[in-house]
Design a protein around this ligand. Sequence first.
Ligand code: SF4
Length: 224
Amino acid sequence: MTGRIHAIQTLGTVDGPGLRTVIFLQGCPLSCFYCHNPKSWDFSKGTLMDVEEIIAKILKLKDYYGSEGGVTLSGGEPTAQAEFATELFKRFNEHGIHTALDTAGPILNAAVKELLNYTDLVILDIKSANPSEFHHITGGELSHTQAFLNECITRGKKLWIRQVIIEGLNDDLAHMDALAKFVHGIPRELIGRVELLGSVQNLIVLQNQFRIISNNKSSICSDM
Ligand code: SF4
């Protein structure tokens, strides 16, 4: 089976635990106005690669992953190529390699449910906890992300929750309050980490505010 790859990054340290290879799949159904990589949107672009070709690459790197690391599928939006992603994750599982899915959760269908069967960690990027703002940012619907999240919760999936903080958009306490309420709907034991990502000046203040509002015991970190 082949899939469309946007890029492969080795020695990644931010998209999941430990040292990881991050495979960015081509194509995204959303169109976030702050997207750092719009070249990853078009489903007809990217490089066609075979599952076996990727497995061979990953197995050469397996020793570097140690006990914590592994492979993260990111994008674009990896659930948009769910069958291909499932074949990769199945094979990684067979080789004892940890699998993480970095997603905005816009799709929940039978193929995505199958993909979750082989996913060790879901890194869920909550673009906004407010439905109209979510639509404004992404062109998509928060209800789709919520449905994906509900499926993860039902299955007891480990989650890292992310939100990108943009100056003048959501870098205020009202947005931290909304995010905290959203996160509050997730069983605490499933949340490994909440990450507020961005380069806004008051990120530390926002992180502290989020921690206070949500009484969050999980780690909060930034990617500056
Ligand atoms: S979900 Fe990610 S890849 Fe897709 S448009 Fe938004 S930021 Fe870009």
